[in-house]
Design a protein around this ligand. Structure first.
Ligand SMILES: [Zn+2]
Length: 347
């Protein structure tokens, strides 16, 4: 682990119950599952917030009932970690994050996001005092949720290509060798860990947490996320905007990497190999995408990217014609289906 990552949010491995017991009085923002199944075995919070809704008005309303606790704990997936960030940011309390799945990087990012009119808006910044990784707890979650975590690592593949194209065209943040090197390093590590991710073994869980920590630290240092976020995320955002659907983030982003690496002519076979080996769910039908949604997503993408002021990417360089979009769809439909095999579907 680099010195930069260590200086950022400390990541410690510990048993969640022991950590909570040491906190004294705390407000817990929890996802359910897994909260109800675990509550009897864990120290009781002074206040329990069941996190599900990131709507700005709902979050503001939560502040009214906030008791005089020392810290706020996020316990669960993205919604719990994000709700805890919001409450900690607005109350100035210390923040401890205990992710119970490795499907999102929210524990290690400083941006506080809320949803307004169906769109995510970043309203402030807060850093967790520490992130606690309870490896056994994470491994007890459905395998599909943990495997989804590779989406935000694999996105370095297409994100770096887009960033290089942007720099060449005179757009966006200047090239940063350290950030680019981290993206490439994470992709090499993903290739080495793909089978461990498929098995969701202890190595995979530790590696994903460390990858998120380093991504968060680098975003914090350079002030942008160009090394790990580009057209694959824009595809995901445009699809969500178009349909109002919110498939699992990492899975939708993984599909985005698959299609955008093809448009970029950027080693699509290597991407496909990683998707297959890691057993992440990313077949469009299993994410709920229809061919019509897929086609319309590409149709709105250039305007969406412009309207949302997203970065320069392959979307600016190549507008695929109908035949190309159809070929992308057909290629995506050859990805293996996972939801009827070996428990990958449980969530
Ligand atoms: Zn992401």
């Amino acid at each position: 682990m680099s010195a930069e990552a260590q200086d950022y949010i400390p990541l410690e491995e510990a048993e969640a119950g022991a950590v909570l017991a040491g906190l004294g009085s705390f407000t817990l923002c929890a996802s359910d599952p897994p909260w109800s199944a675990l509550a009897a075995r864990l120290p009781a919070p002074a206040r329990l917030i069941r996190a599900e809704d990131m709507d700005a008005d709902h979050l503001e309303g939560l502040l009214r009932g906030e008791p005089d606790t020392r810290c706020v704990v996020g316990f669960g997936g993205g919604a719990a970690l994000d709700t805890a960030k919001f409450v900690a940011w607005r109350t100035g309390k210390a923040l401890v994050q205990i992710p119970t799945i490795t499907s999102v990087d929210a524990a290690f990012t400083d941006a506080v996001g809320v949803r307004r009119d169906g769109k995510v808006r970043y309203v402030g910044k807060v850093l967790a005092e520490r992130v606690v990784l309870d490896v056994d707890l994470v491994r007890s979650a459905p395998a599909r949720l943990n495997r989804a975590g590779i989406g935000d690592v694999l996105s370095c593949h297409t994100g770096l290509w887009d960033w290089r194209a942007a720099v060449r065209a005179g757009h966006g943040p200047a090239w940063d060798e350290h950030a680019a090197a981290l993206g490439l390093q994470l992709l090499r590590e993903l290739a080495a860990h793909a089978d461990a991710v498929a098995a969701v073994d202890t190595t995979a869980v530790r590696w994903l947490a460390s990858a998120y920590q380093r991504i968060g630290a680098m975003c914090h240092r350079v002030g942008h996320s160009c090394f790990e976020e580009g057209s694959e995320h824009y595809f995901a955002y445009a699809y969500e905007h178009l349909t109002g659907a919110h498939p699992l983030h990492g899975e939708l982003v993984a599909l985005g990497v698959f299609v955008m690496s093809r448009l970029q002519g950027n080693s699509p076979d290597a991407v496909q190999d990683l998707l297959v080996r890691s057993r992440i769910v990313c077949h469009p039908a299993e994410l709920g995408l229809s061919e019509d949604d897929f086609r319309r997503t590409f149709a709105i993408l250039p305007d969406y990217v412009r309207g949302e002021r997203l970065g320069y990417s392959i979307v600016n360089e190549s507008a695929p014609d109908a035949a190309t979009v159809r070929a992308l769809w057909q290629a995506a439909c050859t990805l293996p289906r996972r939801t009827n095999a070996d428990g990958a579907s449980d969530r």
